[in-house]
Design a binder for this molecule. Structure first.
Ligand code: GDP
Length: 444
């Protein structure tokens, strides 16, 4: 999983402060030393680390933190703020031309994910902006590149302009732009050649295409898995072509974090998108604040909230809250809630988005079998309405009947009733504002 080592080390470093009531300046210095090492080990650029540590340390030594009763939380907040700043603070939108078409030129080293990202972006524009893009295949050196783009184009139903491998890339782009003008495409996406390393010939060719096409956006694709190297590549491309944005690919892989955290500071150019998988839909807008919480292992709360907003029935949620307050939450509500949660997607994905859960050892390898939830439901459906409303009725004979009715073993029925009662107790407390015993859930 991406950022795993970094998250763990940052959490450990800050975690040590949690055990202390008050902290001293020396404690802050010690934590910052550990944070510095964690960042360097995650392959973050040396200068970026140096500046980051200095800023966080200065803020953390401020009186408000040292005198606070919850210094660890204050430091998490400062680290979170500053990580967000390092990555650019706000999401930056794709440039758009006042004229038609908007021209996007995709550049990057071979294997970085350029062609794949071009397809993903075309699909995104099509789906989200109702666009009619044209893709131009101008990589004539990698034999399969044109075929690859054509296959991608078919799969997302976006036209591809190509002229084989015997015509110069500049000429292909010229002809492609003419076709786009004729067909009134509103976006043109140009796939260019890559090399294993930056070389002069490649840069010359790209510069010629840039001069001809006058793109509104030059997006550089870099592979997040390559860490510092990705940053060097970004620097090189930017110096030669003055790129307008970066796409960081393969963030679904085992990347350490160096590229995500360094590129903005080193190049001054925003990361606009992140690639998080091989499917055509795996391209997301880059939000520095969300990435920061992800790195800190606070879970992607915003995504979770958005998901919940999309899928939750507001009225039901309010009724549920009311019931929790009145302590009248029963098995009917339990089933309702299960169904709402199931609508949001695989349970383990949802749990991992809760702060502090992503790296919780008990959760890391969790696989929730959708069947388990079906079993729970089967047990509840075998209860009478009276029993669902009044969980105190469960005597041994009722439990045996429910087990037989649901086809689940008696010990499972017993365990479920016990868990339900515990949950109900906890809900009662929480709804009255008593969070005792729940700190662990938030990584404290
Ligand atoms: P190009 O040489 O830069 O055009 O690279 P390609 O688009 O051919 O991609 C190289 C490989 O990386 C392919 O196998 C892609 O499926 C894969 N790839 C691209 N983006 C991602 C991503 O975000 N995540 C993962 N896991 N694989 C990716």
């Amino acid at each position: 999983m991406a950022f795993e080592g970094l998250t763990e080390r940052l959490q450990n470093a800050i975690g040590k402060l949690r055990k202390k009531g008050k902290i001293s300046e020396a404690d802050v210095r010690e934590v910052m030393r550990e944070i510095r090492l964690a960042l360097l080990e995650a392959d973050v650029n040396f200068q970026v680390v140096k500046d980051f540590v200095k800023t966080v340390r200065t803020r953390a030594i401020g009186a408000e933190v040292l005198e606070s009763l919850t210094p660890a939380q204050q430091i998490v907040k400062i680290v979170n703020d500053e990580l967000t700043k390092v990555m650019g603070e706000e999401a930056v939108e794709l440039n758009k031309s006042d004229k038609i078409p908007t021209i996007i030129m995709m550049v990057g080293l071979q294997g970085a994910g350029k062609t794949t990202t071009l397809g993903k972006l075309a699909l995104k524009l099509k789906n989200e902006k109702n666009a009619r893009p044209l893709m131009i295949a101008a990589d004539i050196y990698r034999p399969a590149a044109i075929d690859q783009l054509e296959i991608l184009g078919k799969s997302i139903d976006v036209p591809v302009f190509s002229m084989g491998t015997d015509v110069s890339p500049v000429e292909i782009v010229r002809k492609g732009l003419e076709l786009a003008a004729e067909k009134k495409n509103d976006y043109v996406l140009i796939d260019t050649a890559g090399r294993l390393q930056i070389d002069e010939l490649l840069m010359d060719e790209l510069a010629q295409i840039k001069t001809l096409a006058q793109p509104d956006e030059i997006l550089l694709t870099v592979d997040a898995m390559t860490g510092q190297n990705a940053v060097e590549v970004a620097k090189g491309f930017n110096e030669q072509l003055d790129v307008t944005g970066v796409v960081l690919t393969k963030l679904d892989g085992d990347t350490r974090g160096g590229a995500a955290l360094s590129i903005r500071s080193v190049t001054g150019k925003p990361i606009k998108f992140i690639g998080q998988g091989e499917k055509m839909t795996d391209l997301d807008v880059f939000y520095p604040d969300r990435m920061s919480s992800r790195i800190l292992g606070m879970g992607d709360m915003l995504t979770l909230i958005e998901k919940a907003q999309q899928d939750f029935d507001e009225k039901k949620a309010q009724q549920m809250q009311e019931k929790m307050r009145e302590n009248s939450f029963d098995f009917n509500d339990f089933i309702d809630q299960m169904e709402q949660v199931q609508k949001m997607g695989p349970m383990e994905d949802i749990i991992k988005m809760i702060p502090g859960m992503a790296n919780n050892p008990a959760i890391k390898n969790l696989k929730v079998n959708p069947k388990d939830i079906d079993h729970l439901k089967a047990v509840v459906y075998s209860m009478t309405n009276e029993e669902r409303e009044n969980p105190d009725l469960f005597n041994p004979s009722r439990r045996r009947r429910i087990a037989a009715g649901s086809g689940r073993p008696i010990h499972e029925v017993n365990r479920m009733i016990k868990q339900f009662n515990e949950m109900k107790k906890m809900m009662g407390k929480v709804s009255k504002g008593n969070f005792e015993g729940m700190e662990g859930m938030f990584g404290n």
